[in-house]
Design a protein around this ligand. Sequence first.
Ligand code: GLY
Ligand code: MN
Ligand code: MN
Length: 435
Amino acid sequence: MIKSEFKRRRRELMRMMGPGSIAILPTAPLLIRNRDVHHAYRPDSDFYYLTGFPEPEAVLVLIPGRKQAEYILFNRERDPKMEQWDGARAGQEGAVATYEADDAFPIGDLDDILPRMMEQCERVFYIMGCNPDLDKRLSSWLNHIRCESRSGVPGPVEIVALDHYLHEMRLFKSRSELKVMRQAARVSALAHKKVMQVCTEGVWEYQLEGTFVNACIQQGARFQAYPPIVGGGGNACVLHYIDNRDRLQDGDMLLIDAGCEIECYASDITRTYPISGVFSEPQRQLYELVLAAQEAAIKRVRPGNHWNDPHDAAVRVITRGLVKLGILKGSVPKLVREEKYKKYFPHRTGHWLGMDVHDVGDYKVDGAWRLLEPGMVLTVEPGLYIPEGTRGVAKKWWNIGIRIEDDVLVTKDGCEVLTKHVAKSVDEIESMMVG
Ligand code: GLY
Ligand code: MN
Ligand code: MN
């Protein structure tokens, strides 16, 4: 991401905050996996969105209009001994030189310096409840400032939800964000193709996970946006199945929901196909129904339509199709009203996509579904799941779980499917797998 992008975001946020304000935003903690082993580090999305600063133990402070420095970073000090083990640190010099902070202080000085900065401000922009340690410290600083009010220190009078402002900004993707998201989509699409080409009876689900992750890493995407879901047969009916530990059986279908992350931007793709490379008749019928629902939903992604339009379209197609196949019985409008489809299609048709796979941004505004606008990115992912033993449903439909998921950008006059390069129609899938 170009540096000017981070600067633009800080400037925009500070303009909304106005003078007399201070924003305080910590990055994510380093998490222990076991004993002295850590999980791979991933900065907090909000923090990274404003700074591009990749190290743990850092706090961003923004004070619009402050003469000495508006953008301040508290971060780790240089430490040659630690750096020999864990790699280079930016230190305060790097925070200024590389990350363009106006000023930087050691993170250990936070308690001494930050309250002094706060007491000059009327409003504190902060996200409460995400960092219990900093929440506690913030309370004690505020208490301390209150005690000092007798000596004429005015101090803050208002705590404002920073996420409200920041998440609204993150919902609309800029040109450079879309460039990264397109790249993530392309990398994941190619990785899905690789999996499709090696998927066959007898292969283990974890081996396909390995193929996917390896294909992403080979293309420079070291991290996944979420743990891959790789389920054959009935495992595909568990929505977030991540055990990926069974062997693929001939005659079953495979559902793979996987997407890489690049520069903290996610992709999120699901494909479902027969392990043998050829659809059985019941598989094809259900598959074409989910595909029709997805296509109907994607058609509804355009400016002016509201958030729930694509879901409504998918629900209508799925319900109508289930009646046609004899899985649901009754009148379609009544079945939709009574949400009878939910037994087989229990989730929503999508979510916002961005730095977080289930990205931030309100879905409703003043109680009404939000209108779609250019620059928003969402997933479209209807599904049908019929586990073994589903009562009242003929056996031929059992053990089929199908989801088809693409990442879709709202454009000026419609939408663009960012993940369109993965085979999706029955014909495309069959010729790809046989090939
Ligand atoms: N991979 C999680 C989801 O599709 O929402
Ligand atoms: Mn998704
Ligand atoms: Mn997904």
